[in-house]
Design a protein around this ligand. Structure first.
Ligand code: ZN
Length: 71
């Protein structure tokens, strides 16, 4: 059961007549399948950004190690 908007994290309300979801915060209007699709995409993009942050940290750590070796 989807409870939160994949776009903004706001509360989702289900329209019982169309069985689509409506976001009370940003106005997103989508079917359950579409919501799941958007949710999957947002999870992929957040794990990608975590990986990038990790790589940046590794670069910083490796370059600072090189500086120490030079001194
Ligand atoms: Zn929203």
């Amino acid at each position: 059961m989807v409870k939160f908007c994949p776009e903004c994290g706001g509360d989702l309300k289900m329209d019982s007549s169309t069985r689509n979801f409506i976001c009370k915060s940003c106005g997103l209007y989508a079917s359950r399948d579409k919501i799941e699709e958007l949710k999957d995409k947002s999870q992929i993009s957040s794990s990608e950004s975590r990986q990038r942050t990790h790589d940046d940290y590794l670069d910083w750590w490796q370059s600072s190690k090189k500086e120490k070796q030079r001194n």
